[in-house]
Write a protein that binds this ligand. Structure first.
Ligand code: PLP
Length: 312
């Protein structure tokens, strides 16, 4: 991102385009679903069930994966954001979920989501189907494998370009992306640092969740010994009031990336993560000659659910 790097006066900024992963506008969940859906198919499942907020990018990518493979899909969507606009309720990912042929079930805020998923699975079984429940965000050791693969892919691409990657920065939510990256980089003993910008959780809660999933992923990979934890770092300064609530810095980041790099970030995840990266750069946190890779985790479809946040 040479124009953005120039605008900010360094460091050297790169972007990993995981918004181009292909499933109906793409995103980071596609890498996880590559493994999760393979597991579902190998178990003979005919229905994918998953959980998320109303504008869940994960739910939409799951619906897209199901459509592509001829599976049925049930999405349990929580009304997590207070005072949703009409666009939030009907546009963006919800519009795509419908087009992709998923069955949508809305549940109130603070519903016990795991139990809601189990109830939906029981319904499918009673109707003679074979359900496969994917946890929130696809974040378990199977899904995290997608980001183990992303870590090794980044190292390969850096080698091809002849650069050393110092740090990877991304939005962190349900832990799978960050845990996969940490297990991947540390598993091959690279020195790449990982920084997750949280989208609704405190630093302590996020780091604890990531550490637990790093341990499980490490074991699932069959790596020896205990997983190191010194590369687990979350920053909780940039999500604002709450999950899914716009911040002025997010708006600035989305606008800046569009204007300088023709890149579309999203309001809930990548926009807030980029606002964090920009602020940390302005504070002089990174060396001018560091190579920093921002992972674009996708979510642009969400822009259309947040039209009012960008109204002139
Ligand atoms: C889900 C999501 C994230 C967070 O990834 P986790 O693996 O849940 O931590 C980041 N960005 C976007 C656009 C997402 O949809």
């Amino acid at each position: 991102m040479t124009r953005l790097s120039d605008r900010l006066g360094g460091p050297r900024l790169w972007i990993k385009r995981d918004d181009c992963t292909g499933l109906a506008t793409g995103g980071n969940k596609t890498r996880k679903l590559e493994y999760l859906v393979a597991d579902a198919v190998s178990q003979g499942a005919d229905t994918l069930i998953t959980l998320g907020a109303l504008q869940s990018n994960h739910a939409r990518q799951t619906a897209a994966a199901a459509a592509k493979l001829g599976l049925k899909c049930v999405l349990i969507l929580e009304e997590r954001v207070s005072q949703p606009t009409d666009a939030y309720r009907h546009n963006g990912n919800i519009l795509l979920d419908r087009l992709l042929g998923a069955t949508l079930k809305y549940v109130p805020r603070d519903t016990a989501m795991v139990e809601a998923g189990e109830r939906a699975a029981d319904d499918v079984r009673r109707a003679g189907g074979k359900p496969y429940v994917i946890p929130t965000g696809g974040s378990n050791p199977i899904g995290a494998l997608g980001y183990v693969g992303c870590a090794t892919e980044i190292l390969q691409q850096a080698a091809d370009l002849g650069i050393r990657v110092d740090r990877v920065v991304h939005a962190t939510g349900s832990n799978g992306t960050q845990a996969g990256l940490v297990a991947g980089f540390d598993g091959v003993r690279s020195s790449v640092r990982v920084l997750g910008i949280t989208v609704g959780r405190s630093r302590a809660v996020q780091e604890k969740g990531v550490a637990a999933l790093v341990d499980e992923t490490w074991a699932h990979l069959g790596l020896k010994g205990a997983a190191p934890h010194d590369n687990i770092e979350a920053n909780d300064s940039y999500f604002g009031e709450a999950y899914g609530m716009p911040t002025p810095a997010m708006r600035e980041a989305v606008q800046l990336l569009a204007e300088t790099e023709s890149l579309l970030l999203d309001p809930v995840y990548s926009g807030k993560a980029m606002s964090g990266l920009i602020d940390l750069i302005r504070r002089g946190t990174f060396g001018k000659d560091e190579n920093i890779v921002f992972i674009h985790t996708g979510g642009q479809a969400g822009l259309f659910a947040y039209e009012s946040a960008f109204a002139a």
